[in-house]
Design a protein around this ligand. Structure first.
Ligand code: NAI
Length: 372
């Protein structure tokens, strides 16, 4: 039997997924984008054109995969009805809208996959889908499988690079799927990236690479005088001793959180890893061709509410003091115009804008372990 896969989103990643899922013999691909214009443009484009995903093969030649999703719509009742797999492939700030949209139509024993999910994905999913989510498997992958860019909207997308491996987690709840969602996703993706499963969903939160961005932004720009720069500074290579120590400290606090959780709840395995990818600081060009830091970039706008604030929340529940995380968070929240922490406590008026466990009323590690 063919499985129905609903891909949520209309961006780079959603384009690739739509193409790969459509080429796969065992799946029907549908696309849900909540932007009416994206749905209309993509549909119109496929009427007269092929839908193509390109990637390079080993000897540098270009492989063109040609296959159209069954349909693209902004109507969740059409896209989600009967879907066996629902994949969210949008930036984390858009997850809430997608969860709201799909909620009435998700069937029992479906798989809901965050690709990427980012920390707090499960909390938000359970909060919005309520009991319905407990009858589904919820998977959360740490990143997108590829570096990819749309060449022509609704027509062609290029895979520029493919990760070797991708780690995710799976919360089974009370679901009884008649297929293995990881095996299915792997067969859609092909040989790479190799999908791996973490011990549990909390481990994925603490393994997030996004945690590195807020402290590095803080260290680089905390004393910035507002004067535009001639060049864009290198992101990781430009790390000075202070930034490095700041990053190391936050990382140590996250590792301490993982150890404390493992000690307090030995049933929760916690041996995560972390590595860094990006090279340039996120900057905005000024009119005269110089550069100023872009504090609205996702290094802060995503990696704080769906990253560092979540690990801070876990630390609080595990009783771990995080003085450097607190210092970084205090600076970041000011740049974001938010109040997440007050002193060392995650109790600011905007905590609900994060996906920390506290935002959803989880008070103890037992509450979190009950989700598994
Ligand atoms: P993208 O930037 O192409 O996604 C934009 C799409 O998201 C839009 O076309 C729209 O469909 C949806 N969207 C955006 N804002 C929305 C809103 N306010 N309400 C509803 N829908 C909205 O994202 P992309 O490139 O597909 O990446 C997805 C995620 O993967 C992001 O979190 C990104 O940071 C991450 N990522 C992307 C990589 C890439 O090479 N493209 C590489 C590694 C990670």
């Amino acid at each position: 039997d063919r499985l129905t896969v609903c891909i949520c989103g209309g961006g780079n990643g959603a384009h690739v997924l739509a193409g790969l899922t459509a080429t796969h013999a065992q799946t029907e691909a549908r696309v849900l984008t909540l932007f009416e214009k994206e749905a209309a443009d993509w549909t119109a484009s496929m009427k007269d054109n092929d839908f193509i995903v390109t990637r390079k093969n080993k000897d540098g030649g270009l492989v063109r995969l040609k296959a159209k999703p069954a349909f693209v719509t902004n109507d969740p009742s059409k896209a989600v009805l009967g879907a066996d797999v629902i994949i969210l492939c949008v930036p984390a700030f858009a997850h809430e809208q997608y969860f709201e949209a799909i909620s009435p139509f998700v069937k029992r024993d479906a798989a809901i996959i965050g690709l990427p999910g980012q920390p707090g994905f499960e909390f938000q999913c359970f909060d919005i889908l309520k009991d319905r989510a407990r009858t589904c498997a919820v998977l959360n992958y740490e990143s997108l499988p590829w570096a990819c860019r749309i060449a022509e909207f609704g027509k062609r997308v290029d895979i520029l690079g493919i990760k070797d491996a991708l780690i995710g987690s799976k919360v089974v709840g009370r679901s009884h799927l008649n297929f293995d969602p990881v095996t299915l996703l792997q067969s859609v993706l092909g040989a790479r990236p190799v999908l791996e499963l973490a011990n549990n969903y909390l481990e994925i939160y603490l393994m997030t690479k996004g945690f590195a961005h807020p402290p590095l932004m803080y260290a680089k720009w905390k004393d910035w005088d507002g004067e535009p720069l001639k060049d864009r500074p290198l992101f990781y290579q430009g790390i000075d001793e202070y930034a490095a120590s700041c990053l190391c400290s936050v990382s140590a606090e996250i590792v301490a959180t993982a150890r404390a959780i493992g000690r307090l709840r030995p049933d929760l395995g916690m041996d995560g890893v972390e590595h860094l990818e990006r090279l340039l600081h996120p900057m905005k060009a000024t009119d005269d061709g110089r550069w100023v830091p872009d504090f609205n970039n996702r290094y802060l706008s995503e990696d704080v509410p769906y990253g560092l604030a979540v690990t801070k929340g876990l630390a609080e529940l595990a009783g771990v003091a995080t003085p450097v995380t607190d210092e970084v968070l205090a600076w970041c929240q000011e740049k974001l115009g938010k109040e997440f922490i007050v002193g060392s406590e995650l109790k600011g008026k905007d905590v609900r804008d994060t996906r920390a466990p506290q935002a959803y009323g989880y008070r103890t590690l037992d509450d979190l372990a009950a989700i598994l």
